[in-house]
Design a protein around this ligand. Structure first.
Ligand SMILES: [Zn+2]
Length: 252
């Protein structure tokens, strides 16, 4: 059966001289693995649409759950990423998260759209990668079913009080007046930090990167987002360690 899907290439592995496995995040079937034959032969017409992070339309031959690339047309290529090692390694970490968490044969439409928005944002010349990373981590983990409940204090229902805490046990909020009633491990959130977290989780995808942040609150937000996603997924990512190394080298 021939199927046509939209997708972004998340990974590429050579098999033999001319063939490749492609991991593609697709709108219809989530992350799939497709075999591409003859990709490295001179003049292969699929070469520009199957590069890492190419956003393309793929025509695939689907047999049971196996996919073979028939043809592809590029829609958009995130060229700006491959020339910058920091951007590229961050994109690889994002791809790793999606590959690790994706359920096969389920729609990947929302995640595909979010990834496209994210890569587009990263390509910009003055992209704030630390902020993009934190927003991506908190939003993607929310989309994957681990959304923290940031609506209001879970005891009294107050939206905001002078002091607000995040419960590391329940992944929700407790206000300063109710804090003594609970035995949860609580982390105090500044008003700006709580506002930022709410924005990253609840705002429309096309606007999710529409703010700037600096100083301590940016560091706190980054710290929160990274710890939260790693805790929910219960694992580490080598690609994250690698991205952090490129960050260190950057300041040397
Ligand atoms: Zn309360």
């Amino acid at each position: 059966m021939l199927v046509t899907v939209e997708g972004i290439v998340l990974g590429k592995r050579d098999i033999g001289e001319n063939n490749c496995f492609l991991d593609i995040l697709t709108n219809e079937y989530g992350v799939i693995e497709a075999i591409a034959h003859g990709l490295k032969k001179a003049g292969s017409k699929n070469i520009s649409s199957t590069g890492l992070f190419s956003y393309s339309t793929f025509c695939l031959n689907k047999t049971n759950l196996r996919y073979t690339l028939n043809s592809s047309e590029p829609k958009y290529s995130f060229f700006g990423l491959s020339s910058d090692i920091k951007k590229f390694s961050l994109a690889i970490y994002f791809a790793d998260i999606i590959k690790y968490t994706s359920a096969a044969e389920q729609s990947g439409e929302d995640i595909l759209r979010f990834l496209a928005v994210t890569l587009y944002q990263m390509e910009k010349e003055n992209a704030d990668l630390a902020l993009i990373k934190a927003v991506f981590e908190l939003r993607i983990i929310s989309m994957l079913g681990f959304m923290p409940d940031l609506r209001a204090c879970r005891i009294c229902g107050e939206y905001e009080r002078e002091k607000m805490f995040f419960s590391d046990d329940e992944n929700d909020l407790v206000c300063g007046e109710c804090a003594e009633e609970v035995s949860d491990k609580l982390t105090e959130l500044s008003s700006v930090l709580l506002h930022t977290m709410r924005y990253a989780v609840y705002s429309p995808v096309n606007k999710v990167y529409g703010f700037t942040l600096n100083g301590k609150v940016k560091a706190d937000f980054s710290d929160f987002a990274e710890k939260y996603i790693l805790k929910q997924l219960g694992r580490d990512f080598k690609t994250l360690d690698y991205y952090k190394k490129t960050e260190e080298n950057f300041y040397e």
